[in-house]
Design a protein around this ligand. Structure first.
Ligand SMILES: [Zn+2]
Length: 358
């Protein structure tokens, strides 16, 4: 079974889903040779059902004790029974940590101490307030290096944590820790994280699983209709928007779409299921391509630049069109970092490949 040790998770883009979505998500994940993060309190029956149906990919379990109005604080510690249950299922265990507010060093040490006393393999889950990445990354890295444990992070933010440059800068510093870092509960920025050295990352199937919203905030926005991931824009858009405001020649070559125009998603007999599978498969396809590039970080930078150019082109004729702020932040920050550290090789642009097919 793949995923019984940490090494099996290296460079993988996982799909983070609710238990009720696991069967469909596993189908897409299998096509791309990857696995799942199951978010829920009782993953055992779902994991057993997936294995009985032949799913052999890695599975991580996210207890989600750190989110919602009644979230637990990190200082409440870890339950050994949660870790043991995952290991009995043959999985690498992720701890059921509570939320880590800014400067909660006591909570951080409680999680890491408890995790270090549990039998391995175990990954401490660190659900971090965004402000950890502003001034506290050095200390966070020092604690992780001291305990010598890998860490999975989810980052709280009212909108998108990767839309602010201090956070991307801090996250890239976190990746310099001597231990593997996993990014869970993310959106397309998970691809950027992997290109910059994250051990594993996960894209969520829903808004709530692509973000960690602050307690008492507005939470996940309620979209008026089904949305789908648009590869050229590196963003989700509602199906009616895709049908009426993006070029009809835009096709998707993910295994689910097999070259069909994106506008056909809205005409599908089951548009929600089609958009679900396409959105995951398209992001996994992009990840597969980025991994094959000589310098994935440079390829990610280029991909963000191409997507921003497409957004700007659409915004010329659509006044209400807003480019996603995370792409601009990634593009600006990685431009500076790459210019400083990486000799960019000449390579065909991912966006140019797509344009030729479109
Ligand atoms: Zn597709």
């Amino acid at each position: 079974m793949v995923g019984a040790n940490l090494g099996d998770l290296r460079s993988r883009l996982l799909v983070q889903c609710q238990p009720g979505q696991a069967k469909n998500a596993a189908r897409v994940a299998s096509t791309h040779g990857t696995g799942l993060v199951l978010t829920g309190r009782t993953p055992g029956p779902v994991v057993r059902a997936l294995r009985e149906h032949g799913f052999t990919g890695p599975i991580l379990c996210d207890a989600n004790r750190y989110s919602g109005r009644r979230r637990s604080p990190a200082v409440s510690g870890l339950r050994a029974s949660w870790t043991a249950e995952q290991q009995d299922l043959g999985l690498v265990a992720v701890t059921d940590s509570g939320y880590l507010g800014e400067h909660d060093w006591l909570g951080l040490r409680r999680i890491l101490t408890d995790a270090s006393r549990q039998r391995g393999p175990v990954i401490p889950m660190l659900p971090l307030a965004a402000r950890w990445f502003e001034h506290s990354v050095d200390g966070l890295v020092a604690e992780l290096n001291h305990f010598g444990l890998p860490a999975a992070v989810a980052i709280e933010h009212p909108r998108d944590p990767f839309s602010v440059r201090y956070l991307i800068r801090g996250f890239l510093e976190l990746l310099e820790a001597e231990v593997p870092i996993l990014l869970l509960r993310s959106n397309v920025s998970a691809l950027g994280a992997l290109c910059h050295g994250a051990h594993t990352a996960a894209i969520g199937t829903t808004c709530a699983l692509r973000h960690l919203y602050p307690r008492g905030g507005r939470g996940a926005p309620r979209l008026p209709s089904i949305a789908a991931f648009v590869p050229r824009l590196l963003d989700y858009r509602p199906l009616p928007t895709i049908a009426t405001q993006t070029p009809p020649a835009w096709r998707c070559d993910c295994p689910e779409c097999d070259g069909r125009p994106l506008i056909t998603l809205a005409r599908s007999q089951r548009p929600e299921a089609s958009a679900f599978r396409h959105s995951l498969s398209a992001q996994l396809t992009l990840h597969d391509r980025l991994c094959r590039r000589p310098v994935p970080a440079a390829a990610w930078h280029e991909l963000c630049g191409n997507a921003l150019a497409e957004h700007r082109y659409l915004a010329e004729s659509l006044p209400d069109w807003h480019p996603p702020t995370n792409l601009r932040a990634w593009y600006q920050l990685t431009r500076d970092a790459l210019a400083e550290h990486v000799q960019l090789p000449r390579q065909p642009a991912l966006g140019q490949d797509q344009r030729a097919r479109g």
